[in-house]
Design a protein around this ligand. Sequence first.
Ligand code: ACK
Length: 353
Amino acid sequence: MEGAVSSLSYSLFLSLFYVVIRLVCQWYIKSKMSSDDKRRTNYQNGHALPYPGVKTYVDPDTYEDPTQAVHEFAKEIDPTRIRIERVIGAGEFGEVCSGRLRTLGKREIAVAIKTLKGGYVERQRRDFLREASIMGQFDDPNIIRLEGVVTRSRPVMIVVEYMENGSLDSFLRKHDGHFTVIQLVGMLRGIASGVRYLSDMGYVHRDLAARNILVNSNLVCKVSDFGLSRVLEDDPEAAYTTTGGKIPIRWTAPEAISYRKFSSASDAWSYGIVMWEVMSYGERPYWEMSNQDVILSIEEGYRLPAPMGCPVVLHQLMLHCWQKERSQRPKFTDVVSFLDKLIRNPSNEPIQE
Ligand code: ACK
């Protein structure tokens, strides 16, 4: 009897001990979480759910009727609300223009308008609108915002927010040496945060490169150019590999080049190349080396050196992104935290190489 009582009190003691330890651990984890992490975590019955508020990406190609996907994810805009002002570039499907959009609240906002040129076949229309079906699923300050589409009249259009400084690569080349390291790190932080959002959504970009990032008048960088395989078809940097895929070799992780293993970890490799492009003000990765030489050099362990004036810690982060073993590369959430710390406390870090 006495034995039974003592074993009961022993198990009571153990349960109590367990509850106390659990509460202390929960309190400790919560107190260590940044406010950013808290925003991205909620609790249900006391259990932390990973990013429950974050939706997952739906591949528009899984829709039998791709037009249905467009209408599910993008608003149809009445074309009388759009005023095209000037042509700012050329895309594979037609011109890219700048203009104004009258919002439903009667405000006018600056927009970029991608048009689908006449004489297209159904497949081109579908490929063109695929980008809108993807972009329309995202809502993040570092992802280009889709305003809507025009599909019920001609020309077919995709309307997105206007980014005053255009593509990041040409913007940096135009302003070579003009920014402080902290300003450049701020741009990199924005891009990493956009890609973190994409990877939380389960979307793999596959073509992260400075040419596919847009910059607004406040130097905010936003990820653009969505469209899965179509993106690579469009990209002038994409070259055919021996396995028949079209890939922007200099920006792509070895496993994605060799056996098309694209993942958020291969996006991390590309992000490392974007870091290098930013810190070198739009220099071409691996300069004039041929694609084949790039592949061989990477295989032999060669990695891009730190650009002039690049802080050691940033080059170390690039090297981390370029680990051969993809599981060893950093997660985007860690990249964002790291860059945040660097921005908050730059003097603690050895800035020059
Ligand atoms: O480097 P850019 O000036 O920036 O030239 C290209 C061109 O259109 C062809 O893609 C520019 N562009 C694309 N989307 C946008 C946008 N949302 N806002 C401003 N410019 C854009 C891009």
